[in-house]
Design a protein around this ligand. Structure first.
Ligand code: 5GP
Ligand code: MN
Length: 354
């Protein structure tokens, strides 16, 4: 047996529950299927919805992909990206599709409050909601819930489901490209602690099936506009605030800063990691003034320090222990930074992760 075959066999050995197996029987007879994900969709959200969509299509099963709002420009190249129905832009079409659906796959989110303005339409839709997700503490809205907070990405969970259905060898290049994107982006290019040997087995199976990975990295990370590169340089040079005594770094971009560099959605993606990469820093926050009085936050940490707890308790958000998001309302950037300063004691006093 060649080594390649061994790897494929290992990945093929994913065991899924009877309930997950049953999904396959039901999708085949469903009249109408919608696949959706959370608002401000990231690589894992877009990758998982499109990956599942392409796989079902290759098996003769049609589905409509609906996302609450537009995904970042750097994901435009993904196969099928142009066919996504954006709820904020095509609300009537999206509502109609949601109402008609027998099955609504809900990928990469753990609560109905994660889909923005689409919340009511999704809540009242009569179709069965099948959730595949890796966020902690999922709300009780799923008719079927496949949740694994230990898993690094929803795309890995979708891959496991397809492997568990016995269809690994039926994965098309398009489906694998999309699933690879989510595994890559949600694991910081395969480096976070959530990456396991199994993650690499899934990736190896994709490569054994003929996937070319290098163009995926290039399309996602190396097609940046000059404005984006300059905005990121400016942010690090002019808008970085450091509290060395607690190991915290904050990047605070004001509305005017974003305007100056003609900000497009996705332009600050990854910026928080530049702050986290600093020596001695183990908690980083990227704060972006989306409109006066509304600051969007990306929080990251290294080790046991939970940014999810801070995001959930103080910034109307959530996420994972080491990667979370949220918002701050009613503060200018200056007052937000002063607010952070005032919270340092509470956040770091009880911190035993140092
Ligand atoms: P990012 O900083 O990349 O936008 O988000 C990091 C993580 O936090 C992602 O897993 C995302 O799902 C989660 N997240 C981001 N914004 C929010 C939010 O407003 N609410 C909740 N519950 N999670 C969020
Ligand atoms: Mn995810």
């Amino acid at each position: 047996m060649s080594q390649d075959t061994k790897l494929l066999d290992t990945a093929s050995a994913v065991m899924i529950s009877e309930e997950a197996q049953g999904c396959w029987d039901e999708v085949q007879t469903a009249g109408s299927i919608v696949i959706t994900a959370h608002r401000s969709p990231d690589g894992d959200a877009v990758g998982s919805v499109l990956g599942l969509h392409h796989h079902l299509k290759s098996q003769g099963i049609l589905s409509t992909v609906i996302l609450p709002d537009r995904f970042p420009e750097f994901l435009d190249w993904m196969p099928g990206a142009q066919s996504v129905v954006i709820y904020d832009e095509e609300t009537e079409t999206a509502q109609q599709k949601l109402n008609e659906a027998d099955i609504i796959w809900c990928l990469d989110f753990n609560g109905l409050d994660r889909v923005g303005k689409m919340e009511e339409a999704l809540r009242t839709a009569g179709g069965k909601k099948w959730v595949i997700d890796h966020h902690q503490q999922p709300d009780a809205f799923a008719d079927r819930l496949f949740s694994d907070p230990a898993c690094g990405s929803t795309c890995e969970l979708v891959s496991d489901l397809i492997i568990g259905w016995g269809q690994a060898d039926k994965l098309t290049t398009e489906a694998m490209m999309c699933l690879y994107v989510g595994i890559m982006t949600d694991t910081g290019s395969f480096r976070f602690p959530s990456v396991t040997a199994h993650t690499h087995e899934v990736l190896a199976m994709f490569l054994n099936n003929g996937l070319k990975h290098a163009p995926i990295h290039q399309n996602t990370f190396e097609q940046q506009s000059l404005n984006r590169v300059q905005l990121q340089g400016f942010a690090v040079s002019e808008r970085l605030y450091i509290w060395n005594e607690v190991g915290l770094a904050v990047i605070g971009l004001k509305y005017d800063d974003l305007d100056r560099f003609n900000y497009q959605s996705g332009d600050t993606e990854g910026l928080v990691n530049k702050a986290l990469a600093l020596k001695g820093i183990r908690v980083a926050i990227m704060a972006r003034e989306a409109e006066p009085g509304l600051i969007k936050l990306s929080l990251r940490s290294i080790g046991e320090f939970s940014v999810r707890d801070i995001a959930a308790a103080e910034f109307d958000g959530g996420g994972h222990m080491n990667a979370a998001g949220g918002i701050s309302k009613g503060m200018s950037m200056e007052s937000f930074l002063a607010h952070i300063e005032s919270r340092l004691g509470a956040w770091f006093e009880a911190d035993t992760s140092k």
